[in-house]
Design a protein around this ligand. Structure first.
Ligand code: 3PG
Length: 307
């Protein structure tokens, strides 16, 4: 029986990316199965029953899903953040979990600027706005997406600062930003803060009232990372206490209804859109397919995240 590869995407890839994945998979003599826009975890659980490999996006690969995938050997998150995969469940079952770092990062960075320009121009309502040129942007975590944000910010004529606990000041400088020694200082200095931290036990709810309240008048928080890193109650309190503050997020917070009084100072995408471009889908989707082939054929575990 041929190797079965499942693409399980609640939010589908562009058709051109699916075509590219299919070519890679079928060239290898594998079979491709597609589950798109599914509406319940049960559908995903049923679809994984006999697959050897799977490609997902923000889809929830819970313990239940991993346990139901009796033949699964490798799961690839076509994207950066893998907080949606139960890594322990994968390890327990000997399943290799991977991501495709960097493949969709330009798309996410471009969306951050789309939201910033839109907000600076008061969402194109005709009301006079502001410019990004000359403003200070603080990039919170200077990895693949953060560095793309830095690159684009320079084009806008912004001053680019960055804080990253996993990089030295020299590395941050080399990658084009001015290093800032503490997260508090970053927020104190910058008109815009763009978040690029992963959602981990340590970072969840870490972007809180006290940190955000350090931002100068007219501060804007841009979140293309994860909603889980925000202390949502704290941010709503800040929006109420500071009529100058704005929040732009790629995906609505769980308490979105509480933002009604702050009309004109917030923007939420209806669905997570950062990586939703043809280019990002092709880059991440095809990388995922190649990683599956390389793992199954040669045992290549380069992008494994559950070591
Ligand atoms: C990522 O972690 O790669 C991004 O958040 C994109 O997620 P998506 O594939 O669900 O759009």
């Amino acid at each position: 029986m041929s190797v079965k590869v499942l693409i399980a995407t609640d939010k589908p890839f562009a058709p051109v990316a699916v075509k590219g994945i299919r070519e890679i998979v079928e060239k290898q003599g594998y079979q491709l199965v597609l589950l798109e826009k599914y509406t319940s975890p049960a559908e995903l659980i049923a679809a994984v029953a006999d697959v050897d490999a799977m490609i997902i996006r923000s889809d929830n690969a819970t313990k239940e899903v991993i346990d139901a995938a009796k033949k699964l050997k490798v799961i690839v998150r076509a994207g950066a953040g893998y907080d949606n995969i139960d890594l322990q469940a994968c390890t327990d079952k000997g399943v290799v979990a991977m991501n495709t770092p960097g493949q969709n990062s330009n798309a996410v960075a471009e969306l951050a600027f789309g939201m910033m320009v839109s907000s600076a121009r008061n969402f194109y309502t005709g009301k006079s706005g502001t410019e990004l040129k000359g403003k200070k942007i603080g990039v919170h975590a200077y990895g693949n997406v953060g560095q793309n944000v830095g690159r684009i910010a320079h084009g806008f004529g912004m001053e680019v600062y960055a804080f990253d606990p996993f990089m030295t000041a020299e590395q941050i400088k080399q990658a084009g930003a001015i290093p800032v020694e503490s997260v508090e200082k970053l927020y104190e200095m910058c008109d815009y803060v763009s978040l690029h931290i992963p959602a981990t036990e340590k970072t969840k709810k870490s972007i809180n009232y006290d940190l955000l309240n350090r931002m100068p008048k007219g501060g804007v928080l841009v979140n293309t990372a994860r909603k889980e890193v925000i202390d949502e109650a704290g941010l709503v309190k800040l929006m109420a206490d500071r009529p100058d503050f704005r929040y732009l997020s790629d995906i609505a917070p769980d308490n979105a209804a509480e933002y009604a009084p702050f009309e004109g100072r917030y923007f939420f995408t209806p669905k997570k859109m950062g990586a939703q471009t043809e280019e990002a889908n092709i880059n991440a989707g095809l990388a995922a397919a190649r990683q599956i082939v390389n793992f199954l054929e040669k045992g290549d575990k380069k992008f494994q995240v559950n070591k």
